[in-house]
Design a protein around this ligand. Structure first.
Ligand code: FE2
Length: 292
């Protein structure tokens, strides 16, 4: 329901060095001054962070840890039904905590031995080229805040449940991690903004909202579906189209609602052959031809 670098609440740096997260009036936490103060403090951690340093510790309330525990439990059950086997196995290997929100440093320490990935903290919007570019070096930008506790199964923006349960479990798979890496190399390699946007749309329709066939059933591997309590129940009823680079690049999407057009790979091998090979070899000319 959201895209990195597009759907984050704006973050403003104040003259006194503090940081203000500008939540929209319809955000579930808008009228909660304690939540808003915590959002500001958590965003400030990322603003002051330098790559290579440990990620600063974010404070969460007991209510927020309970949200994590509840959503983790519910999603894990749904993953067994709806997620590709590669994801389920990777999640089991990663072994995220189920009773408390893990610190990003903690998740990085679990991920690194498996695939070499580590997290970087993001206050909010990260420019596309930066967000995707660092994937090539095994870094993944993540927000640290969690959704408002009043609506545990809803978030209008990517929170730590999306970033860690969705992307983190996926990044624990060597095969998926390799796809993230080549997506990053593509983003580093292409020159024009149009080509970069094309690369990011392929990411959106695959690693964010991708589905694939497995034993004659449609399963999800996209982090956006796998971290959404509602969307994971709905994806099979959407307009499912065959995996096609030009079509993905030309399809518009609305980040504020469930994705109604999805692209299905025939298998993980098929995804690697089509999308992995594209990211590994694409340049501006190739993308111009696909866009034509
Ligand atoms: Fe995401």
């Amino acid at each position: 329901m959201f895209e990195e670098a597009q759907y984050f609440a704006p973050v403003a740096a104040n003259e006194d060095g503090s940081v203000t997260v500008q939540l929209a009036a319809n955000h579930p936490g808008f009228a909660d001054p304690v939540y808003r103060a915590r959002r500001n403090a958590i965003a400030a951690l990322a603003v002051g962070h330098t790559k290579g340093d440990p990620i600063p510790h974010a404070e969460y309330t007991d209510e927020e840890h309970e949200v994590w525990a509840l959503v983790t439990r519910e999603l894990a059950a749904k993953h067994h039904k709806y997620a590709v086997t590669e994801f389920v196995n990777a999640a089991e290997e990663l072994g995220l905590p189920t009773d408390h929100i893990p610190q990003l440093e903690e998740v990085s320490d679990l991920l690194t031995p498996l695939t070499g990935f580590r997290y970087l903290p993001a206050a909010g919007l990260v420019p596309l080229r930066e967000f995707y570019g660092v994937l090539a070096d095994g870094y993944f930008h993540s927000t640290q805040y969690i959704r408002h506790h009043s609506v545990p199964f809803y978030t209008p923006e990517p929170d730590i449940i999306h970033e860690v349960i969705g992307h983190g479990n996926t990044l624990a798979s060597r095969r998926f991690a390799d796809l993230y890496r080549v997506a990053g190399r593509a983003a580093q390699h292409v020159e024009t903004e149009e080509a970069l946007e094309f690369v990011s749309k392929i990411f959106w329709f695959t690693l964010e909202f991708g589905v694939m066939n497995e034993n004659n059933e449609l399963k999800a591997y996209g982090a956006g579906i796998l971290s959404s309590y509602g969307e994971i129940e709905e994806f099979r009823g959407m307009d499912i189209r065959p995996l096609d680079l030009a079509a993905m690049g030309a399809t518009e999407y609305d980040i504020t609602k469930y994705q109604d057009v999805l692209f299905a790979a025939a298998s993980l091998n098929h995804l690697e052959d089509v999308v992995g090979s594209f990211w590994a070899t694409c340049d501006d000319d190739m993308i111009d031809k696909l866009r034509a």
